[in-house]
Design a protein around this ligand. Structure first.
Ligand code: NAI
Length: 328
């Protein structure tokens, strides 16, 4: 089911207080949109720069415990990695029967790292967009598409309240797809663990092949993505379509692209994605990541160092400077 502006409004939250816990990428944008939509919004944040920012933006900002206690509907927008600890210490003791807890990511509920009192509604409103753009779109009279799910309907109102949140952040202006927490988690993690690595591996492989063939490395990287031509092509894919946007390229280019696609064996990529998906679905990835986060020198840190010190990244960084490509 897909919900649009005609299917939902903020009315079910009339008279309610909405607390946004975590005034960061998503929190700042979602809180601002909901306030503009006429909702009563308070911010809960630890005493850091984000809380100062919330006050500068004109919000009433409290410690998270106090904001939770004041609210009927709580949007839990701190990073997934810290949610279990923050939930137990700060949120749980202040949620009352009939309140609603709304996530923007299915991760912690899917894997059982956050278990919510049965008297509380648990829902998901997950914009498919980075926080800053959630705000930009709203200000332009549009909205970011979102996924919506209800994990627990304790009050009989969980879905209408989640839809009201989606309306408040502007997502019903675009489209809100109903799904479940597990599906949101699977598809989100597979973007990160399946799709992005394939894109990055293609960039690395091309760099390796052209280096062997004597193409200057900065030329390869400008051609690959540093010139932003690729970014513009992806923009056009998103607004016109993967094949339709080919009209913007020469016929020589179109022929070459489709010939290459025909020659490419996708089965190894499918197999790679199936393996990643299996580790996501079994919880193997989540378990490993939980252990890694507790480690001194985590595998994440070691892998980052490994790639940061690669010829590819060194060339990329010097090219960014040499061609003045960094954003001001
Ligand atoms: P963020 O990284 O911007 O952090 C939000 C706030 O959490 C920070 O401003 C900070 O004040 C607070 N915080 C950080 N560590 C803390 C700790 N240890 N204890 C207490 N407070 C702490 O978070 P972001 O990226 O906005 O993510 C929030 C939720 O939205 C997550 O569930 C994420 O999966 C989801 N999401 C994020 C998207 C994005 O574009 N970043 C896209 C869609 C969903």
């Amino acid at each position: 089911t897909v919900y649009h502006e005609t299917d939902a409004s903020t009315d079910p939250l009339d008279g309610d207080t909405v607390a946004v816990l975590g005034y960061g990428n998503q929190g700042r944008s979602q809180a601002s949109n909901m306030r503009d939509a006429g909702l009563e919004v308070v911010i809960g944040n630890r005493a850091d720069d984000s809380r100062e920012q919330a006050r500068e933006d004109g919000f009433d900002a409290y410690p998270m415990a106090e904001a939770t206690a004041r609210a009927d509907v709580v949007l839990f927008l701190v990073p997934d990695e810290v949610q279990p600890e923050v939930y137990e210490r700060t949120v749980e003791p202040n949620l009352g029967p009939g309140d609603a807890l709304v996530f923007a990511s299915g991760y912690n509920v899917t894997y059982g790292y956050v278990e919510v009192d049965p008297a509380v509604d648990v829902a998901l409103v997950a914009p498919r967009m980075i926080g800053a753009v959630v705000r930009e779109l709203y200000e332009a009279g549009r909205g970011a598409p979102a996924l919506l799910a209800v994990h627990r309907d304790a009050t009989g109102e969980a879905k209408s309240r989640a839809l009201a949140v989606a309306a408040g952040i502007g997502s019903t202006r675009s489209g809100v797809v109903e799904t479940d927490f597990e599906t949101e988690t699977r598809t989100d993690l597979l973007s990160e663990q399946g799709l992005f690595p394939v894109f990055a591996a293609a960039l690395l492989a091309r760099f390796e092949v052209e280096s062997e063939a004597g193409v200057p490395p900065e030329v390869t990287l400008l051609e690959s993505y540093l010139s932003r031509e690729m970014a513009h092509i992806f923009e056009k894919c998103a607004t016109e379509g993967l094949v339709a946007q080919m009209d913007l390229h020469s016929r020589t280019s179109q022929y070459g692209q489709l010939l290459g696609l025909e020659a490419f064996d996708r089965e190894p990529i499918r197999e790679f994605m199936r393996e990643r998906l299996a580790a996501i679905e079994s919880g193997e990835f989540a378990e490993e990541w939980t252990q890694e986060q507790a480690a001194e020198d985590s595998r994440l840190d070691r892998l980052r160092r490994q790639y940061e010190n690669s010829a590819f990244v060194e060339t990329e960084q010097t090219t960014l400077d040499a061609f003045g490509l960094r954003e001001e």
